[in-house]
Design a protein around this ligand. Structure first.
Ligand code: CDT
Length: 301
């Protein structure tokens, strides 16, 4: 058995006025609680340190850049990295990255048990739109504030297995999982901020959104025989509701843990990476069963 005692750490709402330090304090308390339950690996949400700012339309780049981190860790986030190192815990977490060259990405990182950053992923599937859209009930301006990720979908040998990362909308695309699946991924961590209502179809509410979220994570896990750990930022942020539904999905596609609230909450599970072996050597033995001569269209359009 190759077990990773994993904690999916859901964060409740973060308001526009909340400081990075107050969020980091909440994260440290949750990390401490996860450690008490034996966790050695913690998964935090997408854009962990702030409210989901892409719902706000901004024209002033100085205002936009306030939501971004110029380095990681930095003064505000360092206490989290220090605590994780004290606990000997690895982390996945998402943040808005502003590079020294002035590029903007929706990013996640993977750390080892000494809080060294050993992997970086930049979100590839950016949902939403780039200009103000008065036909929507709310804005979703990721295409305005971020450029598509430029690092692909690598996997990293860490924590005793092959680890992959994704962010929110990526989970709806089978290609996300398959590109990592082809590299043998055993555990995919992903953070998300999903509005509870479809801005273009108000009859699509939280139940439908939770259904599509579970469907995406469960099918990705099953079809690639890997664990999927999904952490929500949930609850009502400045009047805007986000679904909860943080999940731990096993390599058979079964949900083994799911959050019950839209607030700060922890899910802990002993994830045995060897549970991936059966699927990877039988029905989803890609080398034996895939028929790539028929898949060309997928990459040509
Ligand atoms: N953060 C993020 O990617 N959210 C999207 C919302 C899609 S609606 C524009 C998601 O796929 O959950």
């Amino acid at each position: 058995m190759r077990k990773i005692v994993s904690a999916v750490i859901q964060l409740g709402p973060i308001q526009k006025a909340d400081s990075r330090s107050s969020v980091v304090e909440r994260m440290i308390a949750l990390l401490d609680a996860a450690k008490k339950e034996g966790a050695t690996y913690a998964v935090f949400p997408e854009l962990t340190f702030t409210t989901f700012f892409p719902r706000w339309y901004m024209e002033d780049q100085v205002e936009v850049d306030r939501w971004f981190e110029r380095s990681m860790p930095n003064a505000a986030t360092m206490p989290l990295f220090e605590r994780a190192k004290e606990h000997g815990m690895g982390m996945y977490l998402g943040y808005a990255e502003l590079t020294p060259e002035g590029r903007h990405f929706n990013t996640s990182i993977l750390t080892d048990t000494s809080s060294n950053i050993i992997g970086k992923y930049r979100k590839i599937h950016l949902p939403g739109h780039a200009e103000y859209d008065d036909k929507r009930t709310h804005q979703h301006l990721e295409k305005r504030y971020f450029e598509p990720g430029d690092l692909g979908f690598p996997v990293w040998r860490a924590h005793g297995g092959l680890m992959g990362m994704a962010l929110c909308n990526d989970r709806r695309w089978p290609e996300t999982y398959r590109v990592m699946g082809l590299q043998g991924v055993e555990m995919i961590s992903l953070g998300f901020n999903t509005p509870s209502v479809n801005s273009q179809r108000s009859e699509e509410g939280a139940e439908d959104r939770l259904f599509h979220h579970r469907l995406s994570c469960q099918s990705g896990a099953y079809q690639n025989a890997c664990w999927v750990l999904a952490s929500a930022k949930a609850g009502v942020e400045d009047g805007h509701p986000l679904i909860g539904g943080s999940l731990i999905v096993d390599p058979n596609g079964h949900i083994v843990a799911e959050s019950k609230t839209e607030d700060d909450e922890i899910l802990v599970h002993d994830c045995d990476l060897d549970q991936c072996n059966f699927g990877k050597t039988t029905i989803f033995d890609f080398a034996r069963h895939r028929r790539i001569e028929h898949y060309g269209l997928i990459t040509s359009r």
